[in-house]
Ligand binder design. Structure first.
Ligand SMILES: [Zn+2]
Length: 156
């Protein structure tokens, strides 16, 4: 099942493709009580209103703690180059809050502003997907960070 998120008035829409959703969930299950995460790649509709999340990638040098996650950079440049050749781009980040709320934290906001300003990632409006809960009850929150705004997209 694809997971669809929309902003007010459907100005921004994000669709997580089923295979990617399964990949992310199995990564959360693997780490169970520590945070994990990675980057999201995919593409946009012609009118740029919809982002399609088609894959995720978790760098091996990421640091996993109970209440914090530092996304690593190992293999990232290569991966982004390879995806570029396939018509896919860096879209943003995801991470897991084990057995906890899927609301973004202040720390998450600070990290996202850093990624937004990272010229190398070339993504002025990155997506953040936060997974909360656990295998008996996953919860998802999705945000789009813009210069002075953080949009909360609602799950359809
Ligand atoms: Zn977080």
């Amino acid at each position: 099942m694809a997971h669809i998120f929309r902003s007010a008035n459907n100005i921004y829409n994000v669709i997580i493709c089923p295979d990617t959703y399964d990949k992310i969930i199995s990564e959360c299950e693997k780490y169970s009580n520590r945070e994990t995460g990675g980057i999201l790649t995919g593409n946009y509709s012609k009118d740029n209103s919809t982002a399609y999340i088609k894959d995720s990638y978790s760098p091996k040098d990421s640091k996993h703690y109970k209440n914090k996650f530092f996304r690593g950079i190992d293999g990232l440049d290569k991966l982004i180059d390879k995806k570029w050749g396939e018509g896919e781009y860096y879209l943003g980040e995801w991470h897991y809050h084990p057995n906890s709320s899927s609301k973004s934290s202040r720390w998450d906001d600070i990290q996202m502003i850093k990624f937004l300003n990272n010229g190398k990632l070339n993504c002025p409006e990155p997506i953040l997907l936060v997974i909360g809960g656990n295998s008996s009850n996953w919860s998802l929150n999705l945000y789009v960070y813009k210069n002075n705004e953080k949009l909360i997209l609602k799950k359809e």
